[in-house]
Design a protein around this ligand. Structure first.
Ligand SMILES: C[S@@+](CC[C@H](N)C(=O)[O-])C[C@H]1O[C@@H](n2cnc3c(N)ncnc32)[C@H](O)[C@@H]1O
Length: 279
């Protein structure tokens, strides 16, 4: 048997051990993603061996937390792919405006920049006060940073460009307070954002959502898991609600593809049809 085959067995056993011991299910994640991240981790430990992690993970909860963070990539930014936000403004905001209350789910929000970007758009469109933004992730450390909402001032300077390209109508510097090297998101933007732990693989739906926003999360999933999670989004949306997946994901191969009409191809914005439609 080749070394790589043995490594694959060890990887499967490690994923199974994590699932059975801690309930965190990575079985539907892309194997190449998991392999790359775990290998980087064992190489840093100078151990180089995946199989020695298995008995350790069963007995050491701290090691599990460490691995959980290794497997969760939290890279994000404000107004990432600005054109997606511009499209959202043009195509989705007019629809949201027709509701007395608006419910939005940002799934896989990492450290919160995406949720605060949406909050800014809603504020500029006069919709923020009647909106609740649920922003979820399975990484507690990322959620803690999101709740605090303090980012390096250098990053905020970069995001100012994104904000302009996204069609921002105000002055970006009004949305944070800079102090030395840090910038704190303005409290007015935080009031209606609820950050919570939610695992897309094992936890349930969020009901009556008018918009579900989930970008750069399902790229780490195999197709079957993508399909299942898209089903959760479909069930979470009101009829006529919107799903925004951004540039890297699509509904093309999912069972639910006929339950939506496309609103914008490149930004992957879809509107849920009145009837859930399997064909
Ligand atoms: C690359 S970040 C994307 C952040 C943001 N959506 C963006 O596009 O900028 C991916 C996030 O998905 C989260 N994630 C991965 N698997 C998840 C799961 N099963 N349930 C909830 N969040 C998950 C990770 O913890 C990470 O914060």
């Amino acid at each position: 048997m080749e070394k790589e085959d043995i490594e694959n067995i060890a990887l499967d056993l490690l994923i199974e051990a994590i699932y059975r011991r801690y309930g965190h299910d990575f079985r539907g994640y892309s194997k190449s993603h998991i392999r790359r991240r775990i290998k980087q981790y064992v190489e840093r430990r100078k151990d180089g061996c995946i199989s020695t992690l298995i008995p350790e993970i069963l007995h050491n909860e701290e090691l599990f937390e460490t691995l959980l963070h290794e497997l969760s990539i939290t890279v994000t930014e404000m107004f990432r792919d600005p054109f997606v936000f511009r499209k959202l403004r043009q195509e989705v905001i007019p629809f949201l405006r027709t509701f007395p209350f608006i419910r939005i789910w940002v799934a896989g929000c990492a450290t919160g920049e995406e949720a605060y970007s949406l909050a800014i758009i809603l504020k500029e469109e006069g919709l923020y006060d009647r909106t609740t933004l649920f922003a979820t992730d399975f990484n507690d450390a990322a959620l803690e940073k999101a709740k605090i909402g303090v980012y390096p001032v250098e990053a905020l300077r970069k995001y100012a460009g994104n904000y302009q390209q996204a069609g921002g109508t105000g002055s970006f510097s009004d949305y944070y307070h800079a102090r030395y090297d840090s910038a704190a998101i303005a409290p007015a933007l935080k009031n209606n954002v609820v950050f919570a732990n939610h695992n897309l693989v094992t936890d349930g739906v969020f009901s009556d959502m008018h918009l579900v926003f989930c970008r750069n999360v399902m790229i780490y999933f195999e197709r079957e898991l993508q399909n299942r999670v898209l089903g959760v989004f479909t069930e979470s949306l009101v009829h006529g609600g919107f799903l925004c997946l951004g540039t890297n994901e699509d509904i093309l191969f999912s069972d639910d593809r006929h339950s939506y009409r496309s609103i914008d191809g490149p930004a992957r914005i879809f509107q849920r049809l009145a009837v859930r439609n399997f064909r």
